[in-house]
Design a protein around this ligand. Sequence first.
Ligand SMILES: NC(=O)c1ccc[n+]([C@@H]2O[C@H](COP(=O)([O-])OP(=O)(O)OC[C@H]3O[C@@H](n4cnc5c(N)ncnc54)[C@H](O)[C@@H]3O)[C@@H](O)[C@H]2O)c1
Ligand SMILES: [Zn+2]
Length: 346
Amino acid sequence: MPYNLTFPSGTVQYYFNSQFQELDEVLRDKTPIIITDKNVQKLHAPLMEGFPIISLPPGEKTKSIETVAFVGERLIKMEATRKTILVGVGGGVITDLTGFIASVYLRGVDFGFVPTTLLGMVDASIGGKNGVNLGMYKNMLGTIRQPSFILHDAKFLDTLPEQEWSNGFAEAIKYACVFESSLFEKLLSHDIQDFKNSPAALQSMIQRCAEWKNKTVLDDEQEQGSRKLLNFGHTAGHAIETTQDIPHGFAVSIGMIISCCVSERLLGLPSEVRNLLTSLLEQYSLPTSIEFNPDQVMNILKMDKKRTEEGLDLILLEKIGKGIIRSVPFQFIYEALVSFSNETRH
Ligand SMILES: NC(=O)c1ccc[n+]([C@@H]2O[C@H](COP(=O)([O-])OP(=O)(O)OC[C@H]3O[C@@H](n4cnc5c(N)ncnc54)[C@H](O)[C@@H]3O)[C@@H](O)[C@H]2O)c1
Ligand SMILES: [Zn+2]
């Protein structure tokens, strides 16, 4: 049975721990068109048989305004109307794109998600932020609109490449750091293989993370305050992601360590916390050090949307399980970046 969550911008029916085949019942009298990527389509073709499908090239480059135009034209050819429901079956690229297209096609049609990556299940499909990139500017065009349903089928994860598991766990570790020390403990006592071997533990971890994200979005859908907590590790992470081509979860992993360095300087966070987080990240094959140029990263941070006159709003840790939003002077951030980059070099 689904359970409903009502946000200011719409109600989402959640089907956790479900099967793709249940889509028939979820969709009932609606006319679906699946939007997916070619990897997912190839690996899970039998499941999607019988559905009209628009299949796109995999990868972040697909999340573009050109794809929106391409899909829009396909939808016209397929005679999609206001009765159509677009179903995004894929990772965050596909769900972000599907939500955006559904928000603007015919001034808005219904949409739902079947996230197929761990990152999609614990993060990207949740919260109603949809969007595409504009050149090098990530998520520059977007809307906030909730899908009418989110259905999880863990079978999709059977085909997920190892690196995508790590990417998803970076976000799970983020929730644990910011919200819940017992989730941190649970993650410490497992690794990727354990979770693959134990569907029940995996399901409960996914659901817990989804609950944290939902709760945060319910409190602050428009990101005026507490939703910013979800940015833990992301501000510095995005800056590093801009300077070098590394997967998102890897950048967030480094970003979380940098946030700990800043927390040590500003809040007196004990260095043991950083050591513990470092070992947890390594347990999930995530990087905890990287060579980078602090001046270059600092210049990118100075252009961040979240900058104020004197510094940046960063998410810091008071302790494991308790993140806080703090305006941090640029000087503190720079010193933390320099000392972290020196440690990395030695
Ligand atoms: N809207 C939000 O709130 C939000 C939050 C976090 C991230 N995001 C966005 O999500 C995107 C990243 O999501 P992602 O990591 O899922 O990326 P993705 O969609 O690119 O998927 C990663 C890779 O895994 C493949 N894949 C997907 N499902 C698979 C499966 N079951 N088996 C095998 N391969 C599979 C894809 O083809 C792709 O190559 C970014 O664009 C990011 O901006 C959005
Ligand atoms: Zn992220």
